[in-house]
Design a protein around this ligand. Structure first.
Ligand SMILES: C[S@@+](CC[C@H](N)C(=O)[O-])C[C@H]1O[C@@H](n2cnc3c(N)ncnc32)[C@H](O)[C@@H]1O
Length: 318
C-alpha cells in the first residue's frame, strides 16, 4: 500500500534514482518504501490484492510476456511471475532491483533491468504482450509519465494491454491525500526546490489525454476511488478486450477506499493504529479488513514511537 509521504524540502533529491536508491539502501528500507511495512507476510498479502487486479485488468494468460515499470521489490511480480511465460521487472533504482531479484530468484522466467531514463530501453519494439505499473507514475513529473506511456506503445505488441494508476484528484479521498501535500508544501522553505519524487496527482481527463496522446486506446477507466485506474491497448487488429464484466473486481472497492480514508487519520492525523485495528475487530465485510489489520499492525510494530502519545480505546494496550 502506498503511504510514503513527500520528504521535507531540506532532504529533497534532484533525481529519481538517488531518491529511490537511498530509500532502498537496505532490503528493509526497500520494503517499507514500496509497502509501508517490512513484513514479508504483509507484502505477500498486499501483493496478492494487487495481483488480482492486474490479472483481471490484463486478462493474463500463461503464454504472456509481461513487464512491470517500477517493480520495486517485486511485491506484485512475486505473485504474477509463476503464472506467465516471462516477467520482466524494470525500475530506476538499482537497489530496488537487487531486492526484487533476490525475492524472485526461484523463478527462471524472471528478468530485471535498471533504468537510467524515462524510457524502456532494455525492451525491444513490439516485444511484450502485457505490462503494468502500480503506484509509480504518482512519483514523477508529468513529462516523464508521458514519456513512459509513449514507450509502452513502442514495446507492446499490436493489441497488447497495459494497466496503470495515478492518484485521483477528483475523488474526495484523493483530494484529501493531495491536500496533505499542499499543507506540507506550505510549511517548506520556498527557496528550496520541491522533491522530484514527491506525490503527484491527476484528474481522470488528464490521464486519458496522456494515454491518447501516447498513441494508446483506452479500454477501461475506473475513477471511484482515490486512484485513477486505466487499462490501455496498443492499436492492432482484432477487437479490444471487453473488461466491463470485471470492472468491479479490478476497481479499488468502496470498502478499500473507506479503510484507506481511515488510515489517513493514522498516517496524517496521529490516530493510533491500534485504535483503528480495534474498530475493525469484529468487522467481516471483506478481505480488505484482514489486509488492513495486518498492515496496520506491522506499521505500528515498526514505528511505535510515532504514536507513543496517541490515545487508545479502553481495554486496548500498546
Ligand atoms: C511506491 S513504489 C511501488 C513499487 C511497486 N510498483 C509496487 O506496487 O509494489 C515506487 C517504485 O517506483 C520506482 N520508481 C520511482 N520513480 C521511477 C522512475 N522515474 N522510473 C522507474 N521507476 C521509478 C521506485 O524505485 C519504486 O520501486
Amino acid at each position: 500500500m502506498t503511504v510514503e509521504t513527500t520528504p521535507a524540502a531540506s532532504q529533497a533529491s534532484a533525481n529519481y534514482k538517488d531518491f529511490w536508491n537511498a530509500k532502498a539502501r537496505t532490503a528493509t528500507g526497500a520494503m517499507i518504501a514500496v509497502d509501508g511495512s517490512a513484513d514479508e507476510d504483509v507484502l505477500r498479502l498486499t501483493g496478492a490484492y494487487s495481483r488480482r487486479q492486474v490479472e483481471l485488468a490484463l486478462q493474463l494468460q500463461p503464454t504472456d510476456r509481461v513487464f512491470e515499470i517500477g517493480c520495486g521489490v517485486g511485491r506484485i511480480g512475486r505473485e504474477i511471475a509463476p503464472n506467465v511465460a516471462a516477467w520482466h521487472g524494470l525500475d530506476i533504482s538499482d537497489n530496488m532491483v537487487a531486492v526484487a531479484r533476490e525475492r524472485l530468484a526461484a523463478y527462471p522466467n524472471v528478468s530485471t533491468s535498471t533504468l537510467s531514463r524515462s524510457h524502456l530501453d532494455p525492451l525491444a519494439d513490439d516485444s511484450m504482450d502485457k505490462g503494468y505499473c502500480v503506484a509509480v507514475f504518482i512519483h514523477m513529473d508529468k513529462e516523464d509519465f508521458l514519456l513512459y506511456l509513449q514507450d509502452v506503445a513502442r514495446v507492446l505488441v499490436p493489441g497488447g494491454l497495459f494497466y496503470f494508476d495515478t492518484w485521483n484528484l477528483a475523488h474526495p479521498v484523493g483530494w484529501r491525500r493531495y491536500h496533505y501535500e499542499v499543507m506540507q508544501a506550505s510549511r517548506t522553505d520556498p527557496r528550496e526546490r520541491k522533491d522530484v519524487a514527491r506525490n503527484q496527482f491527476c484528474v481522470p481527463e488528464e490521464v486519458a489525454l496522456y494515454a491518447c496522446k501516447a498513441g494508446l486506446e483506452i479500454v477501461l477507466t475506473l475513477t471511484d476511488s482515490p486512484w485513477v485506474q486505466m487499462v490501455v491497448r496498443k492499436p492492432g487488429d482484432g477487437p479490444a478486450a471487453d473488461l466491463s464484466a470485471h470492472a468491479a473486481e479490478i476497481a479499488y472497492t468502496p470498502l478499500w477506499t473507506e479503510l484507506f480514508d481511515n488510515t489517513l487519520d493514522v498516517l496524517l492525523e496521529g490516530r493510533h493504529p491500534l485504535a483503528m485495528i480495534a474498530d475493525l475487530e469484529h468487522d467481516t465485510r471483506g478481505p480488505e479488513i484482514a489486509m488492513y489489520r495486518a498492515w496496520l499492525r506491522a506499521l505500528w510494530k515498526e514505528n511505535p514511537q510515532t504514536w507513543a502519545g496517541a490515545p487508545l480505546p479502553p481495554g486496548v494496550s500498546a
